[in-house]
Design a protein around this ligand. Structure first.
Ligand code: CMC
Length: 431
């Protein structure tokens, strides 16, 4: 009889092996297959990692069936209502909400590192003006690796903390510089007296010629967008950061890898794709035509901003973002704009459609965040850069957790080889 916390794997003839089962604090139990190959000579096959836990983690918990998202145990709804983004950053990095003193010190540290080394600005000149901001971000964030040799010992906790502070502080500055570069405007320096979200909006929208004051409703909306995007357990870009970091690569290079992965339309690029899709649809009379395309298996078109690998009932971030969306549209008196009306109509029609209902395809966070960012005056090609700003803390928290985990090893998956068997190169003469 196997013990209650093991599972036996057998083929019709025999028991192959007995595998341990681990129980987390929440979520499904996990079968530990680490010894499977040694004991049976077989690998597991799980493309897309539908059934694979790649690590132990204490940072974020998701229950996709129930629509639950917890950062360090705290529900996202509560954090979004009561906290600021930098408090959430502290929580994700340190495991608990900060005391007022710790919060002050953390905010001070971030503020003191928002400026980038002046030589970093030279990297921008190497890019064409029409380069996508994400292309520039991958390069420039990776280039940070070359600036901080004195604090790049990944085994040092102090160096890891310094890298976290630098990345959270500098990514918004770099993101805003990407935008300014593409429009031919001068870079705006960060202002230390401003909060994180307000500072970013100023670096994006202000010019040296005019006074700039951000609308507080928009500052709050951006802060909420950052909170909702801060972490999402082992998503594609976070897993990329972990895989890159598993070899001992430095944190700036790992986060650059995360940014590259995030850029894809199935992941962080979705908010940008939502806006492109709405512009392509153009008018509500064409919604049925595009719904038909989304359902047609021979057509690559998908309804962007709908569906999620993990959330199969609703995305809790989408609920909050929907609320923020309406607050922003009210504040800016934009409810009647053609694009927003089209988005609301599309949402309603898709929600009532049998295809989307039966597959549990609901609007995800990016359906609404794209609309909010558009209302905030953020150009469409900057949407994913803002997602990267929010997610940087999650990436670095996971990277740090992995480096600190004594069980961590270089990530090296195996494969089911389906190519040709061994054969000789034509003309090869064995000696
Ligand atoms: N439009 C039309 N059909 C869809 C869509 C969609 N957006 N999403 C999934 N489906 C269909 C899919 O064709 C499949 O149908 P069938 O069972 O008939 O073969 C079924 O729904 C299940 O989909 P899946 O491809 O197995 O789902 P997945 O978990 O592999 O993909 C996803 C998840 C998010 C990549 C996908 O839903 C998608 O491409 N959505 C649009 C892109 C998007 O909005 N991405 C943002 C995700 S939220 C931000 C983040 O966390 O990164």
């Amino acid at each position: 009889m196997p013990s209650p916390n093991t599972i036996c794997l057998s083929d019709p003839q025999q028991t192959l092996c007995s595998l341990p089962i681990h129980t987390g604090s929440m979520g499904p139990e996990v079968i530990d297959v680490q010894t499977l190959y040694k004991e049976t000579g077989k690998f597991t096959y799980d493309p897309g990692f539908n059934s694979t836990a790649s690590c132990r983690s204490q940072i974020t918990f998701i229950d996709g069936e129930e629509g639950v998202l917890l950062y360090r145990g705290y529900p996202i709804e509560q954090l979004a209502e009561t906290s600021h983004f930098l408090e959430v950053c502290y929580l994700l990095l340190h495991g608990d909400l900060p005391t007022p003193e710790a919060q002050k010190a953390f905010e001070h540290d971030i503020t003191m590192h928002t400026m980038v080394h002046d030589q970093l600005t030279n990297f921008f000149k190497g890019f064409r003006r029409d380069a996508h901001p994400m292309a520039i971000m991958v390069g420039v964030v990776g280039a940070l690796s070359a600036f901080y040799h004195e604090a790049l010992d990944i085994r040092s906790k102090a160096d890891r903390e310094m890298a976290a502070i630098r990345l959270i502080a500098k990514v918004p500055t770099i993101a805003a510089m990407c935008h300014k570069y593409s429009t031919g405007m001068p870079f705006m320096y960060p202002q230390n007296q401003l909060g994180y979200a307000e500072n970013f909006l100023r670096m994006m929208h202000a010019t040296p010629c005019d006074h700039y004051a951000a609308n507080p409703v928009l500052v709050q909306a951006l802060d909420r967008i950052l909170i909702l995007h801060a972490d999402h357990e082992q998503n594609a870009s976070t897993s990329t950061v972990r895989v890159a970091g598993s070899s001992g690569a430095n944190p700036y290079a790992c986060v650059a890898a995360g940014i590259a992965c995030l850029w894809g339309a199935a992941h962080g690029g979705a908010n940008e794709s939502v806006l492109h899709m709405l512009r392509t649809i153009g008018d509500s009379s064409r919604i049925p035509e595009f719904l038909a395309k989304a359902k047609d298996k021979n057509d690559p078109f998908r309804l962007m901003g709908f569906g999620h690998r993990v959330y199969k009932n609703f995305d809790p971030r989408a609920k909050l973002m929907r609320k923020t969306c309406h607050e922003v549209l009210d504040a800016l008196d934009l409810h009647d704009s053609a694009l927003f009306k089209l988005a609301i109509e599309l949402e309603q029609i898709a929600l009532e459609d049998e295809y989307f209902n039966s597959r549990k395809l609901y609007p995800n966070v990016d359906f609404y965040s794209g609309i909010v960012l558009h209302a905030l005056g953020i150009p469409t090609n900057m949407f994913t850069a803002l997602f990267a700003m929010g997610r940087t803390v999650g990436w670095i928290a996971h990277w740090d957790e992995m480096i600190s985990d004594p069980e961590h090893r270089i990530a090296r998956p195996r494969q089911l080889y389906t190519g040709p068997g061994r054969r000789n190169v034509p003309g090869f003469q064995p000696s």
